[in-house]
Design a protein around this ligand. Structure first.
Ligand SMILES: Nc1ncnc2c1ncn2[C@@H]1O[C@H](COP(=O)(O)OP(=O)(O)OP(=O)(O)O)[C@@H](O)[C@H]1O
Ligand SMILES: [Mg+2]
Length: 203
């Protein structure tokens, strides 16, 4: 089984592959990656164009990013997992606590007015906040798959709302990126991610 995750009695990936079972029954990894890429690009355009003062970066919005981006491909788009999941040495939020932990994160974000007032605040302060919430969502890892992409899109939409470009992660290596996620999940430490976000954030 090539699956990266420990999944409880469900056939989530096709046998001997890491391609999730999908609505078109596509089993070729490269084809599925290309479709996911196209759907994500389309979603970036749609969600960017939809941004307005009424946009609240709340839990419903976060879940809708996952659902609307991938529902044409996957039945589980927009659904939280209820089983435990690990990656490498990292253990994400336990399945039974996803809903309550998610509520807590988004209550905090609401108290921060969904980070909607950072257009004229120093970039470093904004980067610190974005890293904090990205770290929390990394540790939550609420969806079956596509957590990285949807969490980045969520953070990108908050950046865009405040007049910034989407965050540029191209200057760091995949290892640096994963290491920063490991710090989040295993040590609740967002300092490495904060640096990455601060460097990748520009108007
Ligand atoms: N060993 C690890 N420990 C902690 N977090 C990890 C680890 N490996 C990956 N991650 C996190 O999990 C995310 C990948 O999750 P998932 O596969 O659900 O989403 P994805 O959209 O396919 O990922 P990506 O596009 O980021 O590769 C990464 O972006 C990172 O945040
Ligand atoms: Mg993945």
């Amino acid at each position: 089984m090539a699956s990266k995750y420990q999944l409880v009695d469900s056939k989530f990936y096709y046998d001997n592959s890491d391609v999730p079972v999908n609505k078109f029954d596509i089993k070729d990894a490269q084809t599925i990656h290309e479709i996911e890429k196209e759907l994500l690009e389309e979603a970036y355009n749609i969600f960017f164009n939809e941004l307005n003062e009424q946009t609240h970066f709340d839990e419903a919005y976060f879940v809708s990013l996952h659902k609307r981006t991938f529902e044409s491909l996957y039945d589980w788009a927009g659904l939280y997992r209820d089983f435990n999941m690990t990656k490498g040495e990292s253990r994400f939020c336990q399945g039974e606590f996803i809903k309550s932990s998610s509520r807590k994160i988004f209550e905090e974000l609401k108290a921060d007015n969904y980070l909607k007032e950072y257009a004229s605040i120093p970039k470093s302060a904004f980067a610190k906040k974005l890293a904090y919430y990205k770290c929390e969502l990394n540790a939550l890892h609420p969806f079956y798959e596509l957590n990285g992409r949807i969490t980045r899109m969520f953070i990108d939409m908050i950046a865009a709302y405040n007049g910034y470009k989407f965050i540029d992660y191209s200057q760091i290596s995949p290892k640096e990126y994963i290491d920063s996620a490991i710090e989040c999940v295993q040590f609740a430490d967002s300092t490495a991610l904060e640096k990455i976000i601060c460097n990748g954030l520009s108007k």
